[in-house]
Design a protein around this ligand. Structure first.
Ligand code: GTP
Length: 453
């Protein structure tokens, strides 16, 4: 079963390498059909903290304002006990990061590379794989935090842009939504619950996570929510207690934080009875199990989509013809070869080896003579007209030998009459030659020709 998640991880990486980020990709998109878990929530709701707790490592950029500005596809791979943990980015294939502070820096730098050092966002994801004995196999997508107002340096559209980006991920039926809401705020105002209700009204694929339980006002607790009495979702709510800002400042490590979280739930009287299904470790295990089940149910569909895509791409490849040589000599040879093949086909069409050349003969043998016959030469060459033209041509001078000027005028005026049919014949032959060029192009096996108009 664990292999299923790794398999989907590999397919996701292949999609990104091929530029498939879902809708809008040039190729048929496979990305959209792969199940994934997207983490959504308002800014400072605790998304990064949840992700770090699940991984058990400090590795996400922190700071005030908007920090996550590109989707982060985080693939967790479980290693055998005792193995050394490391991280890898898809955009830096052969580089292993063992220092997680460097991972954090690379996420920031890579975000800046795409968006510039502005506070803009981009929907092109960063792919990070973490290999560790302390993780479960899981793929999570961290998305920018939903916000209500643009801060300085951001366009007014940022609020809507973030919402659109988040929506584009979570509205896909294959997306499992991890909706993060802070317990110290009224759930009715939770951005995560609001947006996930819109895209998943039945709650089939939404998991509610309640953070900051330790920060609730004295005398209040989250028992009603965690027991599913208030804000019922299809799956039970999971409460977590992440590191506070003071803990982060004091460099409290994640393992200690997880231990403290366990102790918090098992020793707080209100939550004792729920302790077995609370906390980041439980969250990670449950999401991994759920992801596996979803993948299992989607495998036949994914398989048939891959097969269909392979067939489509192979057809496209064979339509494109032989691969093009990379060196100048090879390219020149290929161009000459294509020209030669085209030339041969075209000539065969004209010569009658292939069809089409006979239509040109028909124009001269039938169309043009028929049109000429329809002209009224009788009127043009009537004695009366000839006499008039000849007389007018010489003016007051008597013609001595032959009325040369008159003959010329007569021939010129007759030629004007046949101009129309002659031009129609030229146009017809031109159209036929173009048609033969198209035919010869389509019959030339290597189709690298620019589209002929
Ligand atoms: N005490 C306590 N503090 C928490 C908890 N969860 C998060 N925090 C603190 O809340 C602040 C915001 O948490 P983050 O994890 O950065 O929130 P975020 O949603 O990723 O924020 P953005 O990236 O800005 O959208 C940090 O100072 C955390 O230490 C919690 O369960 N308990």
């Amino acid at each position: 079963m664990e292999n299923l998640i790794s398999l989907v991880n590999k397919i996701q990486r292949a999609c990104t390498a091929l530029g498939d980020h879902g809708e809008g990709s040039a190729l048929p998109t496979l990305w959209d059909s792969l199940p994934a878990i997207a983490v959504v929530g308002g800014q400072s709701s605790g998304k990064s903290s949840v992700l770090e707790s699940v991984v058990g490592k400090d590795f996400l950029p922190r700071g005030s304002g908007i920090v996550t500005r590109r989707p982060l596809v985080l693939q967790l791979h479980k290693l055998e006990e005792g193995s050394r943990e490391y991280a890898e980015f898809l955009h830096l294939p052969r580089k292993r990061f063992t220092d997680f502070a460097a991972v954090r820096k690379e996420i920031s730098d890579e975000t800046d590379r795409e968006t510039g050092r502005t506070k803009q966002i981009s929907s092109v994801p960063i792919h990070l794989s973490i290999y560790s004995p302390n993780v479960v196999n899981l793929t999570l997508i961290d998305l920018p935090g939903l916000t209500k107002v643009a801060v300085e340096g951001q366009p007014d559209s940022i609020v809507q842009d973030i919402e659109n980006m988040v929506r584009s991920y979570i509205e896909k039926p294959n997306c499992i939504i991890l909706a993060i809401s802070p317990a110290n705020q009224d759930l009715a105002t939770s951005d995560a619950i609001k947006i996930s209700r819109e895209v998943d009204p039945t709650g089939e694929r939404t998991f509610g996570v309640l953070t900051k339980i330790d920060l609730m006002d004295k005398g209040t607790d989250a028992v009603d929510i965690l027991e599913g009495k208030a804000y019922r979702l299809k799956y039970p709510w999971i409460g977590v207690v992440n590191r506070s800002q003071a803990d982060i400042n004091k460099n409290v490590d994640m393992i200690a934080a997880r231990r403290r979280e366990r102790e918090y739930f098992s020793s707080t009287p209100e939550y004792k009875h729920l302790a077995h299904r609370m906390g980041s470790e439980h969250l990670a295990k449950m999401m991994s199990k759920h992801l596996e089940n979803v993948i299992k149910s989607k495998i036949p569909g994914i398989q048939s989509l891959i097969n269909k895509t392979i067939i489509e791409i192979e057809t496209e490849l064979s339509r494109l013809g032989k691969p093009i040589a990379t060196d100048a000599g090879g390219k020149l040879y290929m161009i000459m070869e294509i020209c030669r093949l085209f030339d041969q086909n075209y000539k065969e069409h004209l010569d009658g080896v292939r069809s089409g050349g006979d239509k040109i003969y028909y124009v001269f043998d039938n169309q043009l003579p028929a049109a000429l016959k329809r002209l009224q030469f009788d009127k043009q060459l009537a004695m009366e007209n000839i006499r008039k033209l000849i007389t007018e041509a010489d003016g007051y001078q008597p013609h001595l030998i032959a009325p040369e000027q008159g003959y010329r005028r007569l021939i010129e005026s007759t030629l004007v009459t046949i101009r129309g049919p002659a031009e129609a014949a030229v146009d017809a032959v031109h159209a036929l030659l173009k048609e033969l060029v198209h035919k010869a192009v389509s019959e030339t096996p290597v189709c690298y020709f620019p589209k002929l108009s």
